[in-house]
Design a protein around this ligand. Structure first.
Ligand code: BYC
Length: 333
């Protein structure tokens, strides 16, 4: 008698059973996502979901620690003791955000060493924004206002990301980011309200240089974003790149008016019918050049990270030796 089972060997049979089981697991996973449930590290998840999260969370972590560099440049030149203390605290927060995010990515089965090797080898991306130079003190204020402002816009929806360890990390990070944004805006307000005409010019110049790169932070337009559709289907991204960019522009316009600066876009205007602002075209060639490694500071940023890693080797060795000694002591006790 002819049966399908006689037609396939034990290996194929096992593979067929496995894929039937996987299809069932995947259907269960999709149902949980559709119901708005959170996924925990121990739960079953499709391999591509895991890979997407490792990619996004590790890039996010890298952005936090690379993001410390342009600001670190100004610690010794902060204009007052108060501003210096605030800047130091902000940079430390960013190091902490990197740690939460690396830890969240590790729950997916990758190691910190693997993630850092990808960064140091130039394989992993980090936010394009940190490849621009900080030329004046006003840049530090503008990073707080625009860069942290864009980061919050992007990150608040991530507090509802379907992967719970990432969502939990984002809750804490967003609280701190909102302080970062306010301190930047406050520094700019001080320069605009109490500063000299030269300081006003410095602020306007910084806004001119950071505005467009800040809009690029949200990623390529939706139509050119290869990862968005699947990430939105899985509830990793809750709002699209273009939706977030639009919300950011709409939030910045009144803030710029209060500050007394002009956003460098002649096409920026309120569209009554849409109930949103229209804005000019973004230079996506510049964006891809920077993402591809050819921005104004890409080489410098990567070299600084690699140097910090190499120079920190003795700290890691000492910490491991200490942990080993402690473990031996505990075992002996
Ligand atoms: N820069 O399909 P898409 C901070 C890449 S930290 C570089 O739309 P996705 C702060 C993208 O990775 C701010 N690359 O991708 C820290 C993808 O390439 P791969 C960082 C970018 O993932 C210190 C390709 O382009 N925030 O705020 O669906 C001090 C196609 O894009 C960028 C986060 O990381 C970019 N701007 O969406 C101060 C938030 N944009 O990976 C402040 C978490 C896109 O396929 N991440 N690419 O080779 C996200 O929300 C999403 O990953 C993105 C991109 C919206 C960034």
């Amino acid at each position: 008698m002819y049966t399908q089972a006689m037609d396939i060997g034990p290996r194929e049979e096992r593979a067929a059973l496995r894929s039937a089981e996987e299809a069932q697991l995947e259907a269960g996973f999709d149902a949980r996502i559709d119901a708005g449930s959170f996924i925990e590290a121990k739960d079953w998840m499709p391999a591509h979901y895991r890979k997407t999260l490792v990619r996004q969370i590790s890039q996010h972590a890298h952005s936090e620690i690379v993001g410390m560099l342009p600001e670190g440049n100004w610690v010794t030149r902060a204009p007052t003791l108060k501003r210096k203390a605030i800047l130091l605290a902000k940079i430390q927060d960013e190091g902490g955000h990197g740690l939460y995010l690396y830890a969240a990515a590790e729950t997916l089965g990758t190691s910190r060493d693997e993630m850092l090797a990808a960064l140091h080898g130039g394989k992993a991306k980090y936010s394009s924004i940190f490849n621009y130079p900080t030329l004046s003190w006003a840049d530090i204020g503008v990073i707080g206002w625009l860069v942290d402002g864009a980061a919050i816009m992007n990150q608040v929806p991530l507090t509802r990301c379907s992967y719970a360890p990432y969502a939990r990390a984002m809750v804490r990070i967003c609280r701190e980011e909102s302080f970062h944004q306010r301190q930047g805006y406050d520094a700019l307000l001080a320069m605009m309200r109490e500063g000299t005409p030269a300081q006003h010019e410095m602020v306007q110049d910084a806004v001119n240089r950071w505005w467009w790169p800040s809009l690029m932070m949200f990623g390529p337009p939706d139509a050119a974003s290869p990862n968005s559709a699947q990430s939105m289907r899985w509830g990793i991204k809750r709002l699209s790149n273009d939706e977030l960019r639009q919300k950011f522009v709409d939030a910045c316009v009144p803030q710029a008016q209060v500050l007394g600066v002009t956003l460098p876009d002649p096409l920026l205007k309120w569209n009554e019918a849409r109930g949103q602002h229209d804005f000019g075209p973004i230079d996506w060639d510049e964006f891809w050049r920077v993402v591809g490694g050819d921005g104004p500071c890409n080489r410098e940023r990567l070299a600084a990270r690699v140097r910090a890693w190499d120079e920190g080797a003795w700290v890691r060795e000492a910490a491991l030796a200490h942990a080993h000694k402690q473990a031996l002591k505990e075992k002996a006790a």
